[in-house]
Design a protein around this ligand. Structure first.
Ligand SMILES: C[S@@+](CC[C@H](N)C(=O)[O-])C[C@H]1O[C@@H](n2cnc3c(N)ncnc32)[C@H](O)[C@@H]1O
Length: 212
């Protein structure tokens, strides 16, 4: 039988955040909900692989897979904005190897905050902005993240891109509404389906790409 051990756990104004070890995998719990584990990270890596290099902004540190992949690919500067402050502290303390690797890389700046607020005071520009803060507009872990997918905030993210820059958004299922919103904002918006298998079941995760 698999062992289950809580590695770190803390309350935040937005609910509990925890890291757990299940067998040989690490799990992230956000607001009391299973957010992800280290067993299946194909789509987190696909998100990084779809990004341009140069200066990149990532919304949502999570277990650090997207950030680590960007660093491995040669990103020059990486800003990561994370809502759950304890996760940043755990990354700096190296509570998991992956988070420690991201936090100790000289190219990385970790910022505590809600990306929806943080972005408004930041001029950028970034070559890539990657959002993986929630499941997508159809199934939210944090209700307040609804605004992240609104036309108003998407336009703000797009305005922070350098010419030729790319906005990428991770969703746990295809969202025709999100694609339609992006298509109204830019000439080039597209969907990338990332099929994955978990416990014998197939899921289609989706990435949305908008370039300026
Ligand atoms: C699914 S995880 C990201 C996974 C990450 N791509 C990886 O590779 O490990 C989502 C993260 O976004 C954070 N988050 C949720 N809402 C946020 C917001 N509004 N601003 C910044 N971070 C947020 C969560 O606390 C969580 O750490």
């Amino acid at each position: 039988m698999e062992t289950l051990e809580t590695i770190a756990r803390a309350g935040t104004p937005q609910g509990e955040v925890a890291l757990r070890r299940r067998g040989d995998a690490i799990e992230l719990i956000v607001n009391g909900v299973f957010a992800m584990d280290s067993r299946e990270v194909t789509s987190e890596i696909a998100l990084a692989d779809a990004a341009p290099l140069g200066r990149v902004l990532v919304g949502g540190l999570g277990l650090g897979y997207t950030a680590a992949r960007l660093l491995d690919r040669g990103t020059l500067h990486l800003d990561v904005v994370e809502l759950a402050e304890p996760l940043i502290a755990w990354a700096r303390a190296g509570v998991t190897e992956q988070l420690g690797r991201v936090a100790s890389d000289q190219r990385v700046r970790l910022h505590a905050g809600d990306i929806a607020d943080w972005i408004r005071s930041q001029p950028g520009p970034w070559d890539g902005i990657l959002l993986d803060v929630d499941n997508g507009p159809s199934f939210l872990i944090h209700d307040h993240n609804e605004r992240v997918y609104s036309a108003e905030l998407l336009a703000t993210f797009l305005a922070r891109l350098a010419p030729g820059g790319v906005l990428l958004i991770w969703c746990e299922e295809p969202s025709p509404e999100l694609l339609a919103t992006l298509s109204r904002l830019v000439a080039e918006a597209s969907e990338i389906i990332v099929p994955i298998e978990r416990e014998g079941r197939r899921f289609d995760y989706a990435l949305y790409r908008a370039s300026v």
